[in-house]
Design a protein around this ligand. Sequence first.
Ligand code: SF4
Length: 419
Amino acid sequence: MTKNPNTFLTDKKFPFCPGCGHGISINALNKALQELNYTAHDIIVVSDIGCSGLIDPLFATHTIHGLHGRSPALGLGVAMGVAQKQNKKVIAFIGDGGATIGLQHILEAARRNVDMTLIVLNNLLYGMTGGQISGLSTQKFKEIIDFEKDIPPFDLVQLAHASGARFAVRVNAPNKIKDTLKKAIKTKGFSLVEAASLCPSYGMKRMNELIEVVEEENILEHQRPATRIKDQLTTSLLDKTPRITPKYKANLTNRKGILIAGSAGGGAQSVARFLAMAGMYAGLQATMKGEYPITVGTGFSVAEVIFDHNPINYTGLEKPDYFIIVTQDGLIKVKNKLNKDSKIYIEEKLVTDELKEKYSNIIPVAFGKMANRKSTALAATTYVLNKENILPLEALKEAVGTHRLKDIFVEVIEKASQY
Ligand code: SF4
């Protein structure tokens, strides 16, 4: 909040180290916006990660905080969203570290030339993590710190210009930043201002002036007009998701969690999805969550499903009510989660004396005899649903009915239900 209607800043104290250059650019932006007669409601400030990402609470405008290197992409999306609104301006901040991480996003925003301004606070290093060099650290700076001095920095201004930015400039003198920002903000299209920003904590220990190591660039401009964004009604992804109308009734009194543990290629993820859908066909709320290694073709495949009559706000499943363990990979993965309160349905071949001794709640079943390897998870899940009377199997059949292999799946369900 701010008590002064003429400022775009809140009353919060700047969180930066004493003498940090970021404050100069923030004050310059505040002044520039005042002189351009914007109101706080017109401005959407998008921030990144790092010291420059601490600005959100400082601005009394709309603010959004993004992921590292993604403020240009986030800003671009917002700018497209507000393109049809009168007098709205998106101003994104990023540090040189974020610009290094998210360089592609800057080039994309420049290429698209949507109306927004990106302010790159270049202090030549990653300040928040202790002063590591970035892709924008100049060779002169690297000579001073005697590190990688032969490797040139990215020239962000040239890159943005080459990508089609309407306006791109590097400025290193603090007293020029406000007027440069005014020009950039007035530009209709993508504008980038790289402002040299002193970091007393890490960058300035061995040099006196940032000007010594950051060379200014003339304003590079294209005459291309800003990309026109049509005001189009977009549909939500949820609108494209098929609706499930409850047709069956679940015999469920309270929240239940089911964990299916198998191997890659064994269908655990698909079965969990069918199971969650079956729950919805039975009028329940349902969540489904999968876990498997990055190499999706090998190793374990574990999936969790939760059912409840009430909305499920927390989808974690610390203690499943039912384990359905069909393979050794799955058992190894979930072994540490086993406990004495859950019902542990497990392929009988996997049961060892140690397991039996430790868990009297183990229920060995010959899942492997009910179906082939690819359908064992479905057969095992059918078996447990049937024994525990959690959901009508008709609901599960309805769920697999959406799949191209539905006839095979229905056959597996019918066979497993005989055991
Ligand atoms: S570490 Fe450097 S960039 Fe970060 S707040 Fe301190 S002076 Fe500023």
